[in-house]
Design a protein around this ligand. Structure first.
Ligand SMILES: CC(C)(COP(=O)(O)OP(=O)(O)OC[C@H]1O[C@@H](n2cnc3c(N)ncnc32)[C@H](O)[C@@H]1OP(=O)(O)O)[C@@H](O)C(=O)NCCC(=O)NCCS
Length: 177
């Protein structure tokens, strides 16, 4: 398994969304209108309804990014799934960095932070739906793989990605000792 560094190179402050943040949300622009709109209109109501959890990322008082997490059933990703796939997974429902701050390592730092949280919570899988132009970013920088080959070859806008946190080495070291 990859090493997920804990160093905070960008002095990022991770803050759970609150009502005081709402004026800031309107100004957020990441280059993807639907992600901006979600943050402005849905993130907070969805958070207080406990449907999904949004964390805002600040540098000082500037909102530079956000991510939204939730739990879903793995089976919801498969058509015609079987009960064995009825396992809860951590879903990165949204992830965005302000356009003026992109390509500074903030996205990577956020995803590494999510991996840390997932490891702490002892999650087995992290999943997400990547926009087509970004799936390689997840594949090249983290332990994500595309779940369905068709997403790549077919004319799909979305690529479903999955990271498996099961560490075979740890299991073998324990049972072989
Ligand atoms: C995707 C996103 C979150 C990445 O955040 P970021 O802070 O810009 O990313 P980072 O700075 O951590 O990573 C940039 C690195 O990834 C590389 N990269 C960028 N796009 C890539 C791609 N499609 N495939 C592979 N690598 C890519 C860059 O070249 C850069 O490499 P470097 O570190 O070697 O210089 C950001 O671009 C964004 O918010 N985009 C708009 C919203 C969006 O598309 N969200 C993702 C939905 S799935």
């Amino acid at each position: 398994m990859k090493d997920f560094p804990t160093s905070n190179t960008n002095n990022l402050i991770h803050k759970i969304i609150s009502i005081d943040d709402l004026p800031q949300l309107k100004k957020f622009r990441c280059g993807n209108g639907s992600m901006d709109l979600f943050l402005e209109t849905e993130a907070y109501p969805s958070h207080i309804e406990r449907e999904s959890s949004t964390t805002l990322v600040y540098i000082d008082t500037k909102l530079v990014g956000y991510y939204t997490l939730r739990h879903i059933n793995l089976s919801s990703l498969f058509a015609g799934s079987t009960p064995e796939e009825e396992i809860g997974v951590l879903d990165i429902a949204r992830l965005a960095v302000d356009s003026d701050f992109q390509d500074n390592g903030i996205g990577k730092e956020i995803v590494n932070n999510i991996f840390h949280m997932a490891i702490q919570l002892n999650e087995r899988f992290i999943v997400l739906d990547a926009v087509k132009e970004k799936w390689t970013w997840y594949k090249d920088n983290f332990e994500f793989d595309n779940l369905f080959e068709d997403d790549i070859v077919a004319n799909s806008d979305i690529v479903t990605m999955i990271a498996d946190l099961y560490d075979q080495d740890l299991v073998e070291r324990y049972y072989d000792a």
